[in-house]
Design a protein around this ligand. Structure first.
Ligand code: FMN
Length: 136
């Protein structure tokens, strides 16, 4: 918090609030590691130090990420391990949130085929169809 207050006037725009995900991290050993377990750091920093913050820590689902932003708990979302699992996460999230019907976030040849499939094959859902945190 103290450092953030010093950095802002020096031109730092945003702080990535990872408390460390490596083995032996005090945060990881202190409490349950569950969805969004490090988001409270981003939330507190942006409120108390008046600086933009980026949230990390088991942010996995599109609706989860969107909710963090809509609730004003962080200004940006960062994904680490979920992107190792699913490098197409941004495209997939845009579909689940319904904000990119024509696949405009991917290169045109990829967009062409995916939009064509989405329009013509209604009964087939992508392998990443699970929509969010509350789906079993
Ligand atoms: C490839 C990779 C490298 C990372 N390197 C570090 C690191 O050097 N130091 C650290 O404290 N955390 C490191 N982390 C942990 C992240 O900062 C982050 O806190 C953690 O992965 C939680 O976000 P996630 O659930 O989206 O993966 C790393 C994570 C990944 C996937």
């Amino acid at each position: 918090m103290a450092l953030a207050k010093i950095l802002k006037p020096k031109g730092v725009d945003v702080i990535d609030c990872s408390s460390g995900g490596m083995r032996g991290s005090p945060v990881v050993s202190a409490g349950p590691v569950t969805y969004g377990y490090q988001v409270p750091y981003a939330e507190r920093l942006r409120k108390d130090a008046d600086i933009m913050s980026m949230a990390v820590g088991l942010i996995v689902h599109a609706d989860q990420a969107e909710q963090i932003l809509q609730e004003g708990r962080a200004d940006l979302i960062a994904l680490a391990r979920e992107l190792l699992y699913n490098p197409n996460w941004p495209m997939d999230a845009a579909q689940k949130l319904g904000v990119d019907k024509q696949f405009g976030s991917v290169p045109p040849p990829q967009a062409y085929w995916l939009a064509k499939r989405a329009q013509s094959v209604k009964s087939v859902v992508p392998s990443t169809y699970m929509k969010g945190m509350n789906v079993g």
